[in-house]
Design a protein around this ligand. Sequence first.
Ligand code: ZN
Length: 373
Amino acid sequence: MKEDYYEVLGISKSATAAEIKKAYRKKALQYHPDKNPGDSSAEEKFKKSAEAYEILSDADKKARYDQFGHSAFEGGGGGGFGGGGMNMDDIFSQFGDIFGGGFGGGGFGGFGGGGGQRRVKGSNLRIRVSLTLEEIANGVEKKVKVKRKVQAEGVTYKTCATCNGRGQVTKIQNTILGRMQTAAVCSTCGGSGQILDGKPGDADAQGLKVVEETVSINIPAGVEEGMQLKVPNKGNDAPGNGVPGDLLVAIETQEHSTLKREGDNLHYDLYVSISEAVLGTSKEIDAVGGKVRIKLEAGIQSGKILRLRGKGITSLNGYGAGDILVHVNVWTPKELNKEQREFFEKMQGNDNFEPKPEKSDKSFFEKVKDMFS
Ligand SMILES: [Zn+2]
């Protein structure tokens, strides 16, 4: 049982031509395949509303439908509506009068305004770019060599004779429903409206040849392994008046020898001797783009985490930067000479050497909790 055309468009039987058009426009935008990729129920609704509109927008067909219902259009042969419904090309060819010339430019890729040419897009190219932590921390401009197909010098195109440059072929059939017009992408030119005319010897069958080109890629700070950036129009050219594909850049990250990344923060393990911890010292640590000197107070505890604010990775969203977290590790000597051994033996039981954790000496777990808060 077929759904009632008025119900499909959500209108009453007394709807005016303008209301019918408006209702269809709304449904077509809602269920457009570009907006619902891979959703077959949306595609079905899209087709059903197109079919309903095709009938109800035509005064003759509408009158017949109102009188006889769906049976008016069944078994007639060749009408295109009875059994299989409309195909996508038929539907898109309707759009010219529904949406006007502005429709094609509205982001529904591939279908030119008012049913004109299709802008054929060249294929995308994919590369990988490997980045150091320093490059990620502040962003970097990378120049890479890319082998891409471009239109060969001296190549000429001529208007496709099959479609007269329209990119579509239109068929007009006389059926019981009246004159019907259907449009399909021209198979001679693939929809571009142009075909190769003359080409130099080094061009391929589409008039393209491979060249090596240096492409500059602006990589923002804060990117992560596995992210993909798009450089528009740096893929392969399309033949004729088409638009080039894109260059897709997959991000790979190199490990740093001492700094470990965690989101926008960096962790650094600092080892100090027992005497440095007791007496206090200053140490150079690795930071992105150079060394940073930090001061350790006398009596610093092993496990202390020092935070260098803003010295981490610049945030991908552009708001601020992470920190470097310096983890202090006091190195306990494993071997002692006689004199050293005597010193430490003498200190056993000495009050200054007895652990006296204060409130400020947070436990390891409390520090970890702080770090992530
Ligand atoms: Zn053609």
